[in-house]
Write a protein that binds this ligand. Structure first.
Ligand SMILES: NC(=O)c1ccc[n+]([C@@H]2O[C@H](COP(=O)([O-])OP(=O)(O)OC[C@H]3O[C@@H](n4cnc5c(N)ncnc54)[C@H](OP(=O)(O)O)[C@@H]3O)[C@@H](O)[C@H]2O)c1
Length: 245
């Protein structure tokens, strides 16, 4: 892997993430928020309804290792429906390493769902490990799941600022990684609550099929970012953007 910015040279994912401790610096009233997204060259966020096949093995490795640095991993219902999901940190050594840097072995899995139309047969609910917290405006009961699952029922629309406040103040979450999808990412950006955006640019054009962009929803104005870091592997670009606050 080549680092193009800030100091050109060879690097690795481990070197890159070594010492990345977002949980050490939560802003007031909410967790530190990282977002990890992938786009094609023509701005698409999925192929045939999924994002899994957009990235290379290096991108998957980056995703897996980035998760190890956060107290919680958050996704929207659309992403759970499309990608399903299993245990967030599957590797036992990685869970032990998390504990050594002051994190719980398993990150809290946070799901935002209006309708509670979730795949309760997906491994994340059936594996029995870790914990899931669902924010929903539905009053439907949640089926019994092997993985401990809590529900925070919200009256009316779910405001992302309130979700973040709840995670920080009621759950002690210091850093949360949002893995999408586009609607949830859009709400976080609209709230100006993304502290680190890890964006993979896949070197391919996918064309025609309907597919979202990485951000769906409305921003009151264009949000210009500062490029903090840029890496390259086999034509795939890995950028880290920070806000210009
Ligand atoms: N390229 C990438 O980096 C990336 C990352 C993740 C996903 N994806 C792709 O994106 C697609 C899914 O897109 P998406 O925008 O639907 O994903 P999403 O943001 O994960 O899910 C949107 C859904 O989440 C629920 N939701 C989100 N915010 C809410 C709120 N404030 N209040 C209530 N409900 C809320 C709603 O579901 P309900 O009301 O129906 O429960 C909404 O329809 C899939 O094809 C997936 O593969 C791409």
């Amino acid at each position: 892997m080549r680092r193009l910015l800030p100091d050109p040279g060879e690097t690795s994912i481990d070197e890159l993430l070594d010492g990345y401790h977002p949980f050490e610096s939560p802003p007031a009233g909410r967790p530190f928020v990282g977002a990890n997204m992938i786009t094609t060259l023509d701005g698409r966020a999925s192929i045939q309804g999924r994002s899994k096949d957009l990235g290379s093995e290096v991108d998957s490795e980056f995703l897996v290792k980035l998760r190890r640095r956060f107290d919680a991993v958050m996704v929207g219902a659309g992403t759970i429906r499309a990608e399903r999901y299993g245990r967030i940190v599957r590797d036992a050594d990685a869970r032990a390493k998390r504990e050594r840097i002051g994190l719980s072995p398993d990150p809290l899995a946070v799901i935002i769902s209006g309708r509670l139309d979730l795949p309760f047969d997906a491994p994340i609910f059936t594996c029995g490990a870790g914990e899931v917290l669902i924010f929903t405006s539905s009053d439907q009961p949640v089926p019994e799941t092997a993985t401990p699952t809590r529900v925070k029922q919200v009256n009316g629309p779910i405001a992302i600022e309130k979700v973040l406040g709840h995670l920080r103040n009621e759950c002690g979450i210091r850093a949360v990684l949002c893995e999408g999808g586009p609607q949830l990412f859009g709400q976080l950006e609209a709230a100006d609550a993304v502290d680190d955006l890890f964006l993979t640019i896949s070197p391919e054009l996918v064309g025609g099929e309907p597919s979202p962009r990485i951000l769906e929803g409305t921003l009151t104005e264009p949000r210009r970012k500062r490029l903090e870091e840029l890496l390259e592997h086999d034509g795939e670009l890995f950028a880290r953007y920070r806000p210009r606050r």
